[in-house]
Design a protein around this ligand. Structure first.
Ligand code: GLV
Ligand code: MN
Ligand code: MN
Ligand code: MN
Length: 423
């Protein structure tokens, strides 16, 4: 143990930026809508596998000993001076949504590697080991459950459940792990960490609106994902009288509008509701839709209000089904996570590090889901948010943080990890 906190450490912002831009080339595509270059690295696709191989190479270059668990989570370890001490963990994910930018998740992983490079270059040893984790299928958009790799690592979801999940083509996650070569040995597990700190872009407008570079994250709001399938009856668009239709597409539209009404009513706290996936079958101009599938994403910082909103939606679905003969509705739970508060001690360490770097900071709740909310079940955890540009837009190729903003956030990460690793 040292008697005073280690000095703040500045990382190499240019090197960090090169890594971010280099990884963004893997899975890059030209986005027709925005004219921008985006990233499409859905979990366990060839692009994600190529990204993983690149990041593993960077980990090994930085001297990290890499191991992979049966969920395809990757852990890189830098030994400390005390071989018996629990490691301090950092990291995030490198899988992306299909229309991503360069930063979501990648900043946390590449930031962790940049911290290790900086410590190596300065010959700084820590008492505890430092580990950098890459968690599989954080986005949840390929296999339908978000924060999947970290949820399995933390023991909340069983490995078998995760392996059996399928994508829209019917491919299993377990099969895709094997195909891409990321189904690790059975004896590899996440070492119970002393603490976990994840650096991430904010993905929202709060830091930019407050004109502050760094956020100390107090917790993550609750997330509820479900899929609704509406079965109606295919019929001729020209000949079928309105009263004889069981129109699955119309029912889908009614659900979308009802969700907005729940939000606008103000009766469910700070509720957000999104239907991001909607498809009708047979998907043809002159046929009343026989079937519709949609997903509902609800967010709420208050678990009781979340439950009330879910109940209100369920009641609406029952009424909808009863209102039109021939229409049946089924729902499938995809994922649900409660509000997760972060550890106050780790938040204080982050805030102190930001102060010592001369950076203004505010505390804020995360609107997005993160691996940190799962790892929080294992050890004291908190997150550092980095300010984004363009209202903090994310899950969009316009997502952008400046090189300076990224370097500041990762320098705060470095100082925070160093201090936690000395405890
Ligand atoms: C993950 O990015 C989420 O918050 O949906
Ligand atoms: Mn993310
Ligand atoms: Mn994301
Ligand atoms: Mn996310």
């Amino acid at each position: 143990m040292t008697s005073s906190a280690p000095d703040p450490v500045e990382v190499n912002g240019d090197r960090l930026w090169q890594s971010l831009m280099g990884l963004a080339e893997i899975g890059a595509y030209d986005d027709e809508r925005t004219g921008l270059r985006g990233v499409d690295r859905l979990a366990l696709t060839d692009a994600d596998a190529a990204g993983r191989r690149q990041v593993i190479a960077w980990m090994e270059d930085a001297g990290l000993a890499v191991r992979i668990d049966r969920m395809g989570n990757i852990y890189g370890r830098r030994e400390g001076t005390d071989p018996t001490a629990a490691p301090v963990l950092t990291g995030s994910h490198i899988d992306s949504v299909a229309t991503a930018g360069a930063f979501d998740g990648c900043l946390g992983v590449l930031g962790g590697i940049e911290v290790v490079r900086t410590l190596n270059e300065r010959g700084i040893r820590t008492r505890r080991p430092i580990e950098v984790g890459i968690f599989a299928e954080e986005e949840g958009v390929r296999f339908g459950t978000d924060m999947l790799g970290s949820a399995v690592a933390a023991g909340r979801l069983p490995l078998d459940y995760a392996h059996a999940l399928t994508d829209r083509k019917g491919l299993t996650l377990g099969g895709e792990l094997t195909r891409t070569g990321f189904d690790g040995p059975t004896d590899v597990r996440l070492d119970p960490p002393h603490a976990y700190v994840e650096c991430h872009i904010e993905q929202g407008p709060v830091l930019a609106e407050s004109d502050v570079p760094v956020g100390v994250v107090t917790g993550v709001q609750g997330i509820s994902w479900q899929e609704i399938t509406i079965h109606g009856r295919a019929a001729h668009a020209g000949t079928t009288p309105t009263h004889l239709r069981a129109d699955a597409g119309l029912a889908a539209a009614q659900i979308i509008v009802h969700l907005r009404e729940l939000v606008d009513s103000g009766e469910y706290g700070d509720l957000r509701a999104t239907v991001g996936h909607l498809i009708v079958y047979p998907d043809l101009t002159n046929i009343v839709p026989a079937r519709a599938e949609l997903t509902v994403d609800l967010r709420n910082p208050d678990d009781a209000q979340m439950t009330r909103a879910e109940e209100a939606l369920a009641a609406f679905l029952r009424d909808l089904e009863n209102s039109r003969p021939g229409l049946t509705l089924t729902t499938r739970r995809m994922a649900k996570t409660p509000y997760v508060p972060f550890d106050e001690g780790v938040q204080k360490t982050i805030a102190q590090a930001a102060d010592d770097h001369g950076l203004e900071h505010i505390s804020l709740l995360s609107g997005a889901g993160h691996d940190a909310q799962e790892i929080a079940a294992l050890c004291p955890t908190a997150m550092i948010f980095v300010r984004g540009e363009y209202d903090g837009i994310s899950h969009n190729p316009r997502e952008y943080s400046t090189p300076e903003a990224c370097a500041r956030g990762v320098s705060v990460l470095a100082t925070t990890l160093l201090r936690l690793a000395d405890q």
